[in-house]
Write a protein that binds this ligand. Structure first.
Ligand code: GLN
Length: 560
């Protein structure tokens, strides 16, 4: 449980709080809107931190299926969080920690623990006010931790959902206490039904009324739609939502989400927030904002396409395909492609399809690079192994992340060392050749089913081999990267793999754990896997060196 807040009234007064809530439907970019506001204010000289509130009971996002919930984003301190935390880190270009993430489960757990410790001095502990007070304590903790002058708090889900009511109650309580320091943004959706052909404001009107029922009036509405809002709709929302028309910000779909902070500034959002809360905010023309502008511009690159195939399994939900499960991987590929002046063209291929139809493998030759991201369990594993073999034999740049690295090593053991039943303990514990074994300290956790938050998680250091592809990319021999796994390369096979040409170019400082496996450039243009997840540390303003090396190798293949 996080430490107690060192709050005092003076500190509260010098900080501003911006709550972002959603109306009508989820998935319309509330997280990106929140991140963009954070970026604007940071570019105006504020020290900004961001908090994500997820209203579910889960203690963290680590126990949820990524197809249901999206990517599990891992922080330096090992917290398994929501993908929006990744958006905040990327837009703010900062590292966040577990105090920036809150779920209903965490809030209740703290209150119950405190009650068990007699910390409520004999009082009856009640849902209200004790739960909202714990929410506020956590917000203040994140503020103090970052020494923030502005805290952005995104409440997950949409207003009207039963499960986020206590978080709205906490927000309302904060507003009552410090009316000038609390600001509400509602990100709502305005549909344009195809048969009607007209943009509809009514769902948003209802959403605002529902928010009003919680005692909260939005200060601005960010109106998400696939088109710009016209004056008529702004007037309508103004009239029925009790808000001046110029406080309805039109946020149409965009080609690049990185334009959004710039679009918001153009719509006057930064000034509105600063004026309303009497903040001493500069104009956004500092070095940070110039860098951002340059990056946003680079994201519109139309030439030098580089075609990357991402081979995964968390794509399908009913009849629909989503790529949310791999959000950080996608963003990391984009940043490096933009930095290399290329337009990334990403294709999702389901690993299972390569098992059903081996002829499909040939289609892979049209891609400039192949990436296998992290994963769990046995479904699709044999398909991934076939893809990796194809990439190795046909010299297509290959980048494996976590499971993608473990499978790289298994493929090598099977097809180069001739150990036909080589496998990971995760898929076949009875295999004679367990190339990827369960980590020693994981055995008991798995046996006792202590599976939540118990993997090897968060940032660990690794040392790199001089002259390797990894060392050349990083331009240093000591790195720190984020992990999320239970299995590791079995050291009993290390020497045999090395003798046959595989290079373990990154190991833990004590030499026990293999962190990077690669083939030398003389054998393959780029065949590299990482036990860690480099995607979690890729940022718009500092693309990840390994992703950049992969994109460069892919560009080279394309140019051949
Ligand atoms: N399933 C593998 C492990 O737990 C890989 C995990 C991952 O790809 N994040 O070790």
């Amino acid at each position: 449980m996080p430490k107690k807040s060192t709050t005092n009234e003076k500190k509260i007064k010098s900080c501003k709080y911006i709550f972002v809530v959603g109306g009508v439907i989820s998935g319309v970019g509330k997280g990106v809107a929140a991140s963009s506001i954070a970026r604007i204010l940071s570019d105006r000289g504020q020290t900004v931190t961001a908090i994500k509130i997820d209203p579910y009971i889960n203690i963290d996002a680590g126990t949820m299926n990524p197809v249901e919930h999206g990517e599990v984003f891992v922080l330096d301190d090992g917290d398994e969080t929501d993908q929006d935390m990744g958006n905040y880190e990327r837009f703010l270009d900062t590292d966040l920690s577990s105090v920036n993430y809150m779920t209903t489960g965490r809030v209740y757990q703290s209150v119950i623990e405190r009650e068990r410790n007699l910390e409520y001095a004999g009082k009856c502990v009640e849902v209200v006010p004790h739960i909202p007070l714990e929410v506020i304590r956590r917000i203040e903790l994140a503020r103090d931790n970052a020494k923030a002058t502005t805290v952005l708090i995104e409440i997950g889900g949409t207003v009207g959902e039963y499960q986020n009511m206590l978080f709205l109650e906490a927000a309302r309580m904060m507003k009552i206490k410090n009316p000038k320091d609390v600001f509400f943004v509602m990100v709502s959706y305005l549909p344009i039904p195809t048969k009607v052909g007209e943009m509809k404001t009514k769902p948003t009107q209802y959403a605002v009324r529902t928010l009003n029922a919680s005692g909260i009036q939005p200060d601005i509405i960010i109106a998400r739609s696939n088109q710009l809002l016209d004056e008529r709709r702004k007037e309508k929302l103004s009239m029925f939502c009790n808000i001046p028309a110029d406080r309805v910000i039109s946020a149409p779909d965009v080609d690049s989400i990185y334009d959004i902070p710039l679009n918001f500034e153009r719509e006057g959002l930064g000034d509105m927030i600063c004026d309303t809360m009497s903040m001493t905010c500069g104009v956004a023309n500092n070095a940070g904002s110039n860098k951002w502008k340059k990056f946003a511009k680079s994201s519109h690159v139309k030439k030098n396409e580089v075609k990357i195939a991402v081979i995964g399994k968390y794509f399908n939900t009913g009849d629909f395909t989503i790529s949310d499960s791999y959000l950080s991987v996608i963003e990391a590929l984009k940043y490096s492609a933009y930095a290399c002046g290329s337009k990334p063209v990403l294709t999702w291929l389901s690993s299972v399809d390569f098992e059903k139809d081996p002829k499909k493998l040939k289609e892979l030759s049209k891609y400039d690079g192949i990436l296998v991201p992290g994963g769990f369990g046995s479904r699709g594993v044999e398909g991934k192994l076939k893809v990796i073999e194809y990439a190795r034999k046909n010299k297509i740049p290959y980048f494996g992340l976590c499971y993608g690295m473990q499978l790289l090593v298994i493929e090598y053991a099977r097809n180069v060392l001739g150990l036909k039943d080589a496998n990971t303990h995760e898929v076949n514990p009875n295999s004679k050749n367990i190339i990827i074994d369960i980590m020693e300290d994981q055995k008991e956790k798995v046996a006792l089913k202590k599976l939540g938050g118990s993997m090897r998680l968060g940032a660990y250091k690794a040392v790199l081999k001089k002259g390797s592809i990894a060392a050349q990319a990083y331009k240093t021999l000591t790195i720190s990267e984020r992990h999320r796994h239970r299995y590791e390369v079995n050291n009993a096979y290390k020497k045999r793999l090395e003798d046959k040409g595989l290079v373990f170019s990154g190991v833990s400082p004590d030499g026990h754990l293999c962190e990077i496996a690669e083939l030398p450039q003389s054998a393959h243009p780029f065949f590299l896997g990482t036990q860690f997840h480099p995607e979690f540390k890729a940022r718009p303003l500092s693309p990840h060196p390994l992703f950049t090396a992969f994109i460069k190798a892919s560009q080279k293949k394309r140019n051949k």
